[in-house]
Design a protein around this ligand. Structure first.
Ligand code: PMP
Length: 427
């Protein structure tokens, strides 16, 4: 199983058999409140009838159309609907099936763009420590989660550097929203530019809010500085918004929420409410045009997937984006975020807690690691909550909460109350 201690799982399997709205049902018939939107992806809540119907209709009408040299109208409609949600100017869309594919696609677009401009020597990529960009070789190379890299370290992409991460408990513990301290860490990019020369650097990729590594909220001014430095040197800035896009931070994208516009945005998860695997990359029109204009005839970009813009995925995307719009779920997330922040920070005085951090409808509760057993406390808290009927996530010693945007205030309280009970119960 993916990212699972298989041997341990066999002894204690946790299986889900149904889902509706805010709740899962487990194989032993228990109702479990979804505090994590599955894996940060079911933003509109589970089992949405409009999406179910759209997928069923599409499967009956056109199950599949080749994505190379042929197409189908809904993939263009879905691309337009995605472009409408992206920041102005990022209106050229390439479909993928996952976040990992979106990341590798974005990195390739960055290289293709520089090559098309006659700067093919710009091949160096810059990621960030503790960054998570999926599991492709591109993604783990620019990613900064060491266990994901170590086992494959001989085969990672060459010419990759990492900026420092921005997590610092000494300065920023228990920040509400964006922390005050840490904008200067973006200046490390200047050091890398001085070291390698800007003419060798293709792109910088960061998660604006880093999710899988433990909910790291960008310090005030940090992304603005990254933007200014990348712009100064003609380096593309990629925001990996696989978690952030589609309302997680109380806005269509992190770019919109934090008022910093990158050149490329990767997305997946919430794009289809996870009902069908789907992802996409949005790029500025100038990047698209540069790549296309560089080739007089024939294929301009040698990249694509059998299932790029799969009809079931585009049906799910169109139905999902329609729900977000009709129910104004991004605004709902923004409106709920103050109550969510309040509930999360009540855990500051709970046992083992060393930090609570939050933005929009995402929160991280960091625990003091147990001596000699890093991650054990958080995994015990996760199991305790699951047994009590609330699904949270853990990564390292941080619990991550990211509920569907349809959550009610009473359910927010239930999630954080259950976590408190778990923290009181564990050693
Ligand atoms: N990028 C980010 C920021 C992610 O959070 C994830 C998944 N958690 C990915 C990429 C990879 O997505 P997938 O698992 O769909 O390949």
């Amino acid at each position: 199983m993916p990212f699972t201690a298989n041997r341990q799982f066999k002894g204690q399997p946790r299986l889900l058999t149904q889902a509706k709205g805010m709740y899962y049902t487990s194989h032993d018939g228990r109702r479990i409140l979804d505090g994590t939107s599955g894996l940060w992806c079911v933003n509109a809540g589970h089992g949405r009838e409009e999406i179910v119907q759209a997928i069923a209709r599409q499967a009956a009408e056109l199950d599949y159309a080749p994505s190379f040299q042929i197409g189908h109208p809904d993939s263009f409609r879905a691309a337009s609907a995605v472009a409408e949600i992206m920041p102005a100017g990022l209106d050229r869309i390439f479909f993928t099936n996952s976040g990992s594919e979106s990341v590798d696609t974005a990195l390739k677009i960055a290289l293709a763009y520089h090559r098309a401009r006659g700067e093919g020597q710009r091949t160096r990529l810059i990621g960030r420590e503790r960054g998570y960009h999926g599991v492709g070789f591109g993604g783990i190379s620019v990613g900064g989660i060491s266990p994901n890299r170590k086992a494959f370290s001989g085969a990672l992409l060459p010419s990759v550097d990492h900026l420092p991460h921005t997590h610092d408990l000494a300065h920023n513990a228990n920040s509400r929203g964006q922390p005050e301290w840490g904008a200067h860490l973006a200046d490390e990019l200047e050091r890398l530019v001085a070291l390698h020369d800007a003419s060798t650097i293709a792109a910088v990729i960061v998660e604006p809010m880093a999710g899988s590594t433990g909910v790291l909220i960008p310090p005030k001014g940090y992304l603005e500085r990254l933007r200014a430095i990348t712009e100064k040197y003609g380096i593309l800035l990629i925001f990996d918004e696989v978690i952030c896009a589609y309302g997680r931070l109380g806005a269509p994208t992190a770019a919109a929420r934090l008022s910093v516009t990158p050149d490329i945005i990767t997305m997946a998860k919430g794009i289809s409410n996870a009902a069908v695997p789907a992802g996409a990359v949005a790029v500025k029109r100038a990047i698209h045009d540069t790549i296309v204009d560089a080739t007089a005839s024939g294929i301009e970009f040698f990249h694509g997937y059998t299932y790029s813009g799969h009809p079931l995925a585009t049906a799910a995307i169109l139905a999902t984006l329609d729900i977000y719009k009709r129910e104004q779920l991004f605004k709902r997330a923004a409106d709920l975020s103050a109550a969510f922040e309040q509930a999360a920070h009540q855990l500051e005085d709970a046992p083992h807690v060393v930090d609570v951090r939050n933005l929009g409808l995402v929160a991280g509760i960091e625990l003091q690691p147990r001596e000699g057993a890093p991650g054990a406390r958080a995994s015990e808290a996760f199991r305790h909550c699951f047994d009590k009927g609330v699904m949270v996530r853990y990564t390292g010693d941080t619990l991550a909460i990211s509920p569907p945007l349809i959550i009610e205030e009473g359910q927010i309280a239930e999630i954080f109350d259950t976590i408190r009970q778990a923290l009181l119960a564990i050693q």
